[in-house]
Design a protein around this ligand. Structure first.
Ligand SMILES: N[C@@H](CCC(=O)N[C@@H](CS)C(=O)NCC(=O)O)C(=O)O
Length: 234
């Protein structure tokens, strides 16, 4: 049995971590049975790479959402991506990188650095901690995310510049999806596990950011999230 270790639900989503939600989406889309014990935000010390998610498949531990999906494809079959052409695979990889290596950091900024977003994040992730612990842990975690953003490079831009970078990513996703039901056409593929995770984490989170406002301008993105939710979580 596959055990998926991921954070507990937050911000009204199955997972407020797009990387965790990506793997759960994939498991559901590939119809792989799994169990998912919830891991508190403060208790992921066992994560092999210090980040969530990771899986344990009957003793085989795999960390990192993309390595997990590669492993699942190799050991349990690849029911989603077999039909993709080399060009579609290249497009899917480019869009994956856009979401995971660029848009993700813009979203991190809206949640952890932007003062309005931070109010919500602090309550959602640290609200249950007893006082005074939460007043110590929450700023420390925020500082850690700030360092990661700086190390990535995104954190060196102004809030307006970051919003503009993220908005361009969102527009590219909306234009690529266009009027198709799924990102690569009429059938879902593993890119949809990623796209649904990242888009739901933008449009369904109760955080009124410039990024969310930009995403809400595209009805196809909202319809897509509804379509994915109905099909895989309905
Ligand atoms: N490349 C990793 C990224 C995972 C990741 O960034 N996870 C975040 C949650 S969204 C995390 O665990 N962050 C904790 C930290 O950075 O301390 C993957 O694809 O799984």
């Amino acid at each position: 049995m596959i055990t998926l270790y991921q954070f507990e639900p937050a911000l009204g989503l199955p997972n407020a971590s797009p990387f965790c939600m990506k793997v759960e989406n994939y498991l559901r889309m590939a119809k792989l049975p799994y169990q998912a014990p919830l891991v508190s935000l403060f208790d992921f010390g066992k994560a092999p790479k210090g980040k969530m998610p990771y899986i344990d498949d009957d003793g085989k531990v795999v960390a990192d959402s993309s390595f997990i999906i590669e492993y699942l494809k190799q050991t349990h079959g690849d029911p989603l991506d077999g039909w993709l052409s080399p060009v579609q695979r290249a497009q899917a990889l480019a869009l994956q990188r856009l979401m995971e290596e660029d848009l993700y950091w813009a979203v991190v900024h809206t949640r952890w650095i932007d003062p309005v977003g931070w109010e919500l994040t602090r309550e959602a992730f640290f609200g249950k901690l007893p006082v005074p612990l939460k007043w110590v842990v929450a700023p420390l975690a925020r500082r850690g995310m700030g360092k990661q953003l700086h190390g990535h490079g995104m954190g060196r831009h102004s809030a307006q510049e970051i919003a503009a970078i993220g908005a361009r990513d969102i527009t590219a996703l909306a234009d690529f999806l266009d009027d198709k039901p799924y990102f690569m056409g009429d059938a879902p593929c593993s890119l949809d596990a990623i796209a649904y995770a990242f888009l739901a984490n933008l449009v369904w989170v109760p955080l009124e950011s410039a990024l969310k406002r930009h995403a809400l301008q595209y009805p196809q993105l909202l319809a897509y999230c509804e379509r994915m939710r109905e099909r895989y979580y309905g």
